[in-house]
Design a protein around this ligand. Structure first.
Ligand SMILES: Nc1ncnc2c1ncn2[C@@H]1O[C@H](COP(=O)(O)OP(=O)(O)OP(=O)(O)O)[C@@H](O)[C@H]1O
Ligand SMILES: [Mg+2]
Length: 339
């Protein structure tokens, strides 16, 4: 069986910045490590998602794509490669077009969570400054872009305590990010990341990670802002497994699975949750969570189990193959069915 690991084109070539440089480095390292692991068991190549990607996959005779593409341009981002692959009938790991599209859009995800009675912070969508008129808002409020990741647009000053600063910040965000901007009820509690792997009845939660911000410099607000991720990562403590009572652990696990299913996610994801007064508020789900060796949350979680990092990468592939086999789609090449 031949697997192609596919990653995005360079962000540095598209829009040079320190952030873009870091992102390219992370992607390069992730591809290198994933390839090392998959090459032990499969015929494995790595490719970059460009306009010619489907031709390349067909020419190479690839059976399965290990998708690592976040998308570089356009609104549909993570859904772009899955859409191309489905059009060309090429199987791939991870979520589908629908799952990625819902997960990247925090407002749609939150609406779905609410409809399914999954706790999530209250929110208001703001398309323009006129939407703020006459609003009865309870402060503090956290202002977030709707469809970014890695805390882009979630800065220390995104937490606002009065209408005046709220208006200034919303104005600023509307100039940078796609509307709507999201005004979030600010939940002050313990923050957890939950790794979910599998599909249907066969879903497993990795050991829960607590993100402990108690060691941050005193002048910083205690949430996982862009500044914390970019400049104070060394002060962030990760506890795995998180110290929780059995009841709390089960509550967080079952909520994460419910949220994962609610967004129709597949194979693996990372759910961000804040626990306050024994209510597990789901903030969002990362439908293509980072897999970088040594650095990512999923790496740390997998290392705390018998799977280890290598086992996790192989499990993602097995999970995708099993899913396609169960759907009866696996597929044109009869040799794969025996795996
Ligand atoms: N409603 C909220 N109440 C309290 N804190 C919040 C809330 N929403 C977000 N945060 C804080 O901001 C951080 C980033 O928010 P969020 O996870 O929504 O953004 P993101 O950019 O998609 O992050 P990433 O993709 O890196 O996981 C959270 O980890 C949390 O610390
Ligand atoms: Mg997050």
């Amino acid at each position: 069986m031949k697997i192609a690991i596919i990653t995005d084109k360079s962000r540095m070539d598209f829009l040079p910045s320190e952030e873009a440089f870091k992102e390219d480095e992370q992607k390069r390292k992730t591809v290198e490590e994933v390839k090392k692991i998959l090459s032990k068991k499969y015929d494995c190549i790595s490719l970059v998602a460009d306009d010619n990607i489907i031709n390349q996959l067909k020419t190479e005779g690839v059976d399965l794509v290990f998708n690592l593409c976040n998308g570089i341009q356009g609104d549909s981002k993570l859904a772009q490669l899955p859409a191309l692959l489905e059009f060309a009938n090429i199987p791939y790991t991870g979520s589908s077009i629908l799952g990625h599209t819902l997960a990247i859009n925090k407002i749609y995800s939150s609406k779905i969570f609410k409809a399914r009675n999954i706790p999530t912070p209250d929110f208001i969508s703001i398309y323009g400054l006129e939407d703020l008129k006459g609003l009865d808002i309870k402060f503090p409020v956290l202002i977030k872009p709707n469809d970014e990741g890695s805390s882009r647009g979630i800065h220390q000053d995104s937490l606002v305590f009065n209408m005046e600063t709220l208006m200034e910040k919303v104005k600023e965000e509307l100039q940078i990010y796609n509307p709507p901007i999201m005004l979030n009820e600010y939940i002050e509690g313990r923050e957890f990341s939950v790794g979910v792997v599998g599909n249907g009845e066969d879903i497993r939660v990795l050991p829960i990670q607590e993100v402990d911000l108690s060691q941050l410099p005193k002048d910083l607000a205690r949430f996982y802002s862009f500044e914390v991720k970019a400049y104070h990562k060394d002060k962030v403590l990760y506890h795995i497994p998180a110290p929780l009572t059995q009841d709390e652990k089960e509550l967080i696990e079952s909520t994460a699975i419910k949220a994962y299913k609610a967004l129709s996610l597949r194979d693996y994801s990372r759910v961000d949750i804040i626990l306050k007064d024994n209510i597990p508020y789901v903030l969002e789900i990362n439908s293509l969570p980072g897999l970088m060796k040594g650095k990512s949350s999923l790496y740390r979680m997998a290392q705390a189990t018998e799977l280890g990092y290598e086992g996790l990468v192989l499990k993602i592939v097995d999970t995708a193959i099993k899913r396609y086999s169960m759907e009866g789609e696996f597929f044109k090449n009869p040799t794969i069915v025996s795996i």
